[in-house]
Design a protein around this ligand. Structure first.
Ligand code: ATP
Ligand code: MG
Length: 243
């Protein structure tokens, strides 16, 4: 059943509809965003996870958008710290869970902007506030594109080339390393076009761990494509990206 965030709902009614789905503060953030016209209707959940949940929503004009809600309780400064330190954009954040989660959300928005500007195939960031990020919906007719991990690819060679092109653009043009790249953070459309997602942990090249993260990303990509018959050497790919 669709859920509506509309003005005509009294707070108590809204609370009933969303109880167990969103906490009060997130509900207020969503309400404010919908009042600004960023989206109108939330249809349902695409994926729920420990750290974030992604929802399908629609704008007044009938355009689908994705809403990523970061769980505040799940934020773990110890785990997030290595990705935030060394990034001048996020040096001054406080260490409480709320501030960290909000920074994490803003970071994904900013990183997606950078990636998009570099021509990388990824969702367009639309808006963010607190722990809520609104993105271009990657899917058709309300159904999200599947993850690469769950897709049977017909032309792995072509797909590999496209991903390498994006990795080079990410490094050279947006001067960033994804940091969590694998077949789980790539969505595939019907024409086997890849979309890289999940940029909250991406770091800029001056980050002290950027190189290690790149090595790990490249290893994951090579591991996947080797399994699918592509002659992929992670050292070579690493050099090619940095060259
Ligand atoms: N823009 C989008 N359009 C459609 N589906 C999306 C979009 N963004 C994310 N998803 C779906 O939601 C899932 C989780 O998104 P994402 O990877 O950004 O969050 P996450 O918190 O890292 O989750 P996970 O830990 O599962 O990787 C994706 O695997 C994908 O299925
Ligand atoms: Mg992910």
């Amino acid at each position: 059943m669709p859920w509506y965030i509309r003005k005509q709902y009294k707070d108590t009614e809204r609370r009933k509809i969303f109880s167990g789905v969103f906490d009060e503060a997130t509900l207020l953030t969503l309400y404010k965003m919908s009042n600004k016209g960023i989206f109108e209707t939330i249809h349902g959940i695409i994926k729920s996870g420990k750290e974030s949940s992604v929802f399908l929503a629609e704008t007044k004009d009938g355009k689908e958008v994705a809403i990523k809600v970061y769980a505040i309780g799940a934020s773990n400064f110890g785990k997030m710290k290595p990705y935030l330190i060394g990034d001048p954009r996020f040096e001054k954040i406080k260490r409480d869970k709320r501030s960290i989660t909000f920074a994490w959300c803003k970071k994904e928005y900013k990183n997606l902007q950078k990636a998009k500007n570099a021509g990388i195939s990824c969702p367009e960031p639309i808006a963010f506030a607190n722990n809520v990020l609104v993105l271009e919906f990657l899917g058709k007719k309300m159904e999200a594109y599947p993850r690469l991990a769950k897709t049977k690819v017909k032309d792995p060679e072509k797909l590999y080339k496209k991903i390498v092109k994006d990795l080079i653009a990410m490094y050279k043009k947006s001067k960033m390393v994804h940091g969590d790249l694998s077949e789980y953070n790539i969505l595939i459309d019907n024409n086997e076009k890849p979309y890289i997602i999940d940029f909250s942990q991406a770091v800029i090249l001056s980050h002290p761990n950027a190189d290690d993260f790149l090595k790990r990303d490249v290893k994951n990509i090579c591991r996947y494509f080797k399994k699918h018959g592509i002659n992929c050497d992670s050292d070579e790919l690493y050099d090619k990206i940095r060259r």
